[in-house]
Design a protein around this ligand. Structure first.
Ligand code: HEM
Length: 363
């Protein structure tokens, strides 16, 4: 009798495991198709892959040809994970655990497989760099971010190094790609602002001169355009915090132990701080204007001690991309207002449909 029970139990477990594996493989295919249709940013993948290439090059110190390598699916895979997390974030916070469980059964397995794939891609980077460094040590001033962690193994255990790399590559790519996608579209919508950026780039850098670090602080108007673009369309529209002690805001108390979401998008469109908030006006970031506002009215990189650690580098890399594109291409877009773009929920902001933004070579 006991033997029969064990046999039945064993068979049932095998069937369950096989069903779970088959289901996850099916969902993996399905979820990719879904994300492909959903993520119709069109030129976002070009920018995303460019940034992934640049960031891994800077963080790891090796060119992985991520932009030209056709088998590179890293960006697509990151999008699938983000879509899954974004859905759970909205569904979960509105309808609770039961919906999260349903989502996990439906898509969770494939997301875990993808996460593991990305993790192993990144840990291969760590192994590669570790071997390289042993063969050929680098002097302190030339250390990449990863080199710095590897040469301080007393501070960064191998598992911590992999996690840090994971966070950096993921946090750096999509945010900057989204910010640039919106900035180019806004420049297409506002030709007179685009022209001012072009003139500044030509005056301060020139048409063909390679862009150097020293050029970047001179791009004052371009910087204001990027800042205003992230005000009107913040790449990360919501940030979360866990409250460790009661906080009184006006007549409300946010109790210790609560999880809160800070709605950056709403804050950036609050007419109390931003008159005529729907207007794209880079001069809101003139020094005098900035001095007249609380710094917490504007938080595309969040605020406080856990704000974005990559913000200075992000601004630099976006200035390089804008300057290089604008001196070679004219940008146009059919949108008359940002409402026409139709946003949707992701972790970063995305549009529901293909974004309308076109580039034609400058003669
Ligand atoms: C336009 C580009 C970017 C935007 C809008 C952005 C925005 C943000 C935001 C809103 C956070 C959340 C902070 C919080 O919870 O309060 C964050 C965190 C983070 N970002 Fe960025 N980011 C950008 C680019 C980058 C780049 C280029 C890097 C790396 C080179 C980077 C690395 C990170 C890291 C490591 C964190 C986690 C910080 C922590 O938890 O302490 N980000 N970013």
């Amino acid at each position: 009798m006991v033997l029969i029970k064990i046999l039945i139990g064993g068979c049932a477990s095998v069937v369950l495991i096989l069903t779970a594996v088959a289901w996850s493989l099916y969902r993996k295919r399905h979820i990719f198709e879904f994300a492909k249709n959903f993520n119709s940013f069109k030129f976002y993948p070009i920018l995303g892959n460019y940034l992934q290439l640049r960031h891994t090059e800077i963080i790891v110190g090796k060119n992985y040809n991520l932009q030209t390598e056709t088998s590179n699916k890293l960006l697509e895979e990151m999008d699938v994970i983000q879509k899954y997390m974004g859905d759970n974030f909205t569904i979960g916070s509105s309808f609770g655990y039961i919906f999260q469980l349903k989502e996990f059964v439906a898509n969770g397995w494939s997301v875990i497989l993808l996460l593991n794939k990305i993790k192993s891609f990144l840990s291969n980077m760590v192994d590669f760099r570790e071997t390289e460094l042993k063969k050929c040590p680098v002097i302190d001033s030339k250390l990449s971010f990863l080199d710095a962690m590897l040469t301080h193994s007393d501070l960064f255990l191998p598992s911590v190094t992999c996690k840090e790399l994971n966070i950096f590559v993921l946090a750096a790519t999509d945010t900057t790609g989204t910010a640039l996608t919106f900035t180019f579209t806004l420049l297409g919508m506002y030709p007179e602002i685009q022209e001012k950026v072009y003139e500044e780039v030509i005056t301060e850098i020139g048409r063909n001169t390679p862009i150097e670090t020293d050029h970047l602080p001179k791009l004052k108007f371009t910087e204001r355009v990027l800042l205003e673009s992230m005000r009107i369309l913040p790449p990360v529209p919501v940030v979360g915090r866990y409250i460790t002690k009661d906080i009184k805001v006006g007549d409300k108390i946010f109790p210790k132990g609560a999880n809160v979401f800070i709605y950056v998008l709403a804050l950036h469109h609050n007419s109390k701080y931003w008159p005529n908030p729907e207007k794209f006006d880079p001069d809101r970031f003139l020094p005098d204007e900035i001095a007249n506002r609380s710094p917490y009215c504007y938080i595309p990189f969040s605020g406080g001690p856990r704000n974005c650690i990559g913000k200075t580098y992000a601004m630099m890399s976006m200035k390089v991309a804008v300057a290089n594109v604008i001196r070679n291409f004219k940008i146009s877009s059919k949108y008359k207002s940002i409402d026409e773009m139709e946003m949707t929920s992701f972790i970063t902001m995305r549009t529901k449909h293909d974004i309308d933004c076109h580039f034609s070579p400058r003669t």
